[in-house]
Design a protein around this ligand. Structure first.
Ligand code: HEC
Length: 260
């Protein structure tokens, strides 16, 4: 193995091209994660709550409940009736959406206020969900249970294989720098451990939102550390390193004592 700064121009260009392209790819990945996770809880930035909503879902509210205020206006529900309808629907959803309660409490309200637009015929015209049967209403009353296991395995497949390979290459290049050995040891293993933490965090958070910190910390340490490795490799290859980062070379002198 030769140190990066000792490589030929062609070799340096090869590694530099790789680092720039893959580095840009990792930045895109970070940006993508940011825009798909940010603001789910109504606040800017990626928060613990955003991660909980992504994986565990928001089980306190269904689509039906979130659009109900607007839809009651559409249906011309009077101010007195609104709280009655809201309460009936909340109760039905919270108590497991039984057919009996649907028949006695929910169906009459929907027939009166919603079916003019949500009958089978109208829903084809208006492109809205039909609400004429128990199953129809139940399907819009589902609570958001977060990302499906299918999607998580699919994401896992892509994430673990692609990032695993990139982290290996970034780490391998980083090992050819003149950086202090202890920093190398920590830097090369961190992205792998962080990715494992992130990945197991998805499943942990899916069953218990308390574990969202695993995703946040794992995500914050995986790609950014690999990017740092790539940046320092470039620096050492082309310009050299600040002295506090450099491994001191210990040379044997003839007297038998070592001197640094
Ligand atoms: C005046 C016509 C009209 C009435 C009355 C009406 N809706 Fe809607 N509804 C729509 C239209 C149009 C859409 C699709 C566009 C949208 O989401 O705004 C829709 C969409 C929906 C959706 C799906 C929202 C989504 O994001 O997919 C639900 C659930 C819903 N309505 C429930 C109701 C309920 C419950 C009532 C009765 C309180 C009701 N609607 C009354 C016109 C109506």
């Amino acid at each position: 193995m030769r140190l990066l700064n000792k490589l030929s121009l062609a070799e340096k260009l090869l590694h530099t091209g790789f680092i720039f392209l893959v580095g840009l790819g990792l930045l895109c990945a970070e940006a993508y994660l940011f825009v798909t996770h940010t603001g789910l809880d109504g606040k800017s930035g990626v928060t613990l709550k955003d991660i909980q909503i992504s994986y565990y879902g928001d089980r306190s509210s269904s689509k039906l409940q979130s659009v109900l205020p607007t839809m009651m206006n559409n249906g011309g529900v009077s101010a007195d009736e609104k709280p009655v309808m809201t309460k009936a629907i909340d109760h039905w959803i919270a108590s497991g959406q039984t057919k009996a309660e649907y028949e006695s409490q929910i169906k009459p309200l929907i027939a009166q206020h919603c079916l003019m637009c949500h009958s089978d015929a109208m829903s084809k015209q208006l492109h809205n969900p039909p609400l004429s049967t128990y199953d129809d209403v139940k399907s819009v009353a589902k609570v958001n249970e977060g990302m499906s296991y299918n999607t998580m395995f699919m994401n896992g497949m892509v994430h673990l294989t692609v990032l695993g390979m990139l982290f290996w290459i970034a780490g391998w290049l980083f090992l050819q720098t003149r950086i202090v050995d202890q920093i190398k040891v920590i830097a090369v293993i961190t992205p792998f451990l962080a990715l494992m933490l992130d990945f197991s965090g998805w499943f942990a958070t899916k069953s218990n939102p308390e574990f969202a910190w695993m995703v946040l910390i794992g995500g914050a340490l995986s790609c950014p550390i690999a990017l740092l490795e790539m940046g320092l490799s470039l620096l050492d290859m082309w310009f050299g390193l600040p002295s506090f980062l450099q491994q001191r070379i210990v040379t044997e002198v003839p007297g038998g004592k070592s001197k640094s």
